[in-house]
Design a protein around this ligand. Structure first.
Ligand code: HSE
Length: 316
């Protein structure tokens, strides 16, 4: 019986300066696996089993689970293309906390689609799969954005094009940057964190957003990494969202005092990240955040880099 397993990493949405259009995959430097995993195998009937550290936070009924929705959507697309589908037994290893700003829902969605696509002999190309992943992500967060699903699927740091093909562009990475990331342990719903944002931005904000994104992309391609870091400011969401994040200002102040190149909210929070130019600096900031930004037993910190590879698919 054919069986496939897919691992899809955590990710930082927005990366401060690219609201909804920029994202980066995450890999802890100590080798910890930091993402959801989905196993699919051929079966007589559809079934979903959820296991892992955060499985108890998922809805009880399988129909409400996003992975079940992924399967139904995958089948619908297959049937539209006159391709055969069959029932599957799915196991979701829910390893990422929900409402954490680490691309937890994206990780489940991406792992599910990647595993299903492999099980059925790759009927869809990457752009088609990414579009499907974005649509499912949109069902959860209330708006379609690819800044978690794209880096989670493809790895690296990705910039959305707004086109169906290619859906994303991969940006050059700086191997010398380390990311101290810290999840505070509280849950912030993406939909709620989007609702508190103004529906329009003023001219000065729009100009800053455009300038920063243009400079950032050019600077990465030119390997002008200090310049790139200097424009990693969130002018769209952070001013509003930080009110949802106890201890945010202190965490930013400490990171800046320690010389972090940039500091921001990962996705819609509450996870924060500090960009550091040495592992040592990142370890120190992560230790501080672990002690001072974490609010309860669910919180944690990691020192990460951005992996070149995203989702890993193998035979189960
Ligand atoms: N770009 C999205 C947001 C990411 O900030 O709302 C959510 O994870």
């Amino acid at each position: 019986m054919k069986a496939i397993r897919a691992y899809a990493p955590a990710s930082i949405g927005n990366v401060s300066l690219g609201f909804d259009v920029l994202g980066a995959a995450l890999a802890p430097v100590d080798g910890t696996r930091f993402g959801d995993e989905v196993e699919v195998k051929e079966a007589a009937h559809f079934s979903l089993e959820t296991i892992g550290a955060y499985a108890h936070k998922l809805p009880d009924d399988a129909d409400s689970n996003i992975v079940t929705k992924c399967y139904h959507y995958f089948c619908e697309k297959m049937l539209n293309d006159y391709k055969a589908v069959s029932p599957v037994a799915i196991t979701l290893h829910k390893n990422l906390p929900i409402g954490s700003g680490l691309g937890s829902s994206a990780s489940s969605i991406v792992a599910a689609f990647a595993a299903l696509n492999a099980l059925f002999d790759s009927p869809f190309d990457d752009d088609t799969l990414l579009t499907m992943m974005g649509e499912l992500e949109g069902q959860i967060s209330g708006s379609i954005h690819y800044d978690n699903v794209a880096p989670c699927f493809l790895g690296g740091m990705t910039l959305m094009t707004g086109s169906p093909s290619p859906v994303t562009l991969s940006l050059p990475l700086n191997d010398q940057w380390y990311y101290a990331i810290c999840y505070s342990g509280i849950s912030v719903s993406t939909a709620a964190a989007r609702d508190i944002l103004p529906k329009q931005v003023d001219m000065a904000t729009a100009l800053t957003f455009g300038r920063q994104l243009g400079v950032f992309v050019h600077a990465l391609h030119s390997k002008a990494f200090s310049l790139a870091a200097s424009v990693m400011q969130d002018v769209i969401a952070e001013p509003y969202r930080k009110s949802l994040l106890p201890g945010f200002d202190e965490a930013r102040a400490f990171s800046e005092r320690e010389g972090a190149l940039a500091f921001g909210i990962s996705g819609s929070g509450p996870t924060v990240f500090a960009v550091c130019d040495s592992q040592n600096q990142a370890e120190k900031i992560a230790a501080y955040l672990d002690k001072n930004y974490v609010q309860n037993d669910d919180g944690f910190s990691h020192v990460c880099q951005i992996p070149k590879l995203g989702t890993l698919v193998s035979k189960a």
